[in-house]
Design a protein around this ligand. Structure first.
Ligand code: HEM
Ligand code: HEM
Length: 194
């Protein structure tokens, strides 16, 4: 069962979800860790390159994942959820998707604006061009700090959303005792409508 149905997620959506969940949590930890290191040490440089490379993988995956989502039915939320809970679930997922794009893109703008002009070569293989930075953002330093702030606060917002997201998944599983978590772990619920 590769595709989603109205009752559950297919293999592709589940694979996207868990691959990206691991990458995102790792990237948040790596970002926070590397930010504390001495900026000119060679190890720091290597970690920054790794962070940028994985970041571009996340951006590409986010794009394919969104396309896949739009091509598939969305599993319907469990019966008995309050209107406000449905709205919160929907807004939460929209927010997660938005940040999966916004964070790597602000990172891309940040390194493009940097006066250091360090090239980005994804895993030392694929060169990525710098993005044009609008002049109205001021000097390179000013534009860089603006995108740095966006990148950081978007990442912190993502951490908050993930905490709520995990709490919601656990509440569905242990309190409401519905299929919500099970259908992100197995395609069996998706088969039930087939
Ligand atoms: C999934 C994608 C990404 C996540 C979750 C992420 C997360 C983070 C976090 C949490 C930090 C630490 C922020 C701080 O404490 O100031 C950080 C820093 C940084 N990120 Fe990312 N990032 C992602 C993608 C990218 C991409 C694609 C690039 C560049 C192409 C990038 C470039 C940087 C740089 C240069 C820093 C260091 C900023 C500084 O020195 O203050 N990131 N990132
Ligand atoms: C251990 C951690 C996690 C758990 C237990 C979890 C659980 C779930 C569950 C059960 C769903 C299905 C909700 C439904 O059927 O309506 C879901 C959907 C989703 N999760 Fe997670 N998740 C986790 C981590 C993450 C992370 C780190 C992200 C990325 C930032 C994320 C992004 C999403 C998105 C965007 C959806 C909506 C999928 C769609 O309908 O296309 N999740 N998650």
């Amino acid at each position: 069962m590769l595709r989603n149905t109205r009752t559950g997620y297919g293999t592709i959506a589940i694979a996207f979800h868990w691959t990206m969940a691991v990458l995102i949590v790792g990237m948040l930890a790596l970002g926070i860790y590397m930010h504390e290191l001495p900026p000119t040490a060679p190890e720091t440089f290597q970690l920054y390159q790794l962070h940028k490379s994985i970041g571009f993988v996340v951006l590409a995956l986010a794009l394919f994942r969104l396309i896949w989502r739009l091509m598939n039915p969305t599993p319907k939320l469990p019966d008995g959820m309050h209107k406000l809970e449905r709205l919160a679930a929907h807004l939460g997922h929209v927010g997660l998707y938005a940040l999966l794009f916004a964070i790597p893109i602000t990172g891309w703008f940040m390194v493009s604006a940097s006066p250091w002009g360090i090239p980005t070569v994804v895993f030392n293989v694929l060169p990525v061009p710098h993005l044009p930075i609008p002049e109205l953002l001021g000097t390179k330093e000013q534009a860089e700090s603006l995108f740095k702030a966006f990148h950081k606060y978007a990442a912190f917002l993502l951490i908050a959303l993930i905490v709520v997201h995990i709490a919601a998944a656990l509440k569905h599983h242990f309190i409401a005792r519905d299929e919500t978590l099970k259908r992100m772990l197995s395609t069996r619920p998706a088969n039930e409508s087939a």
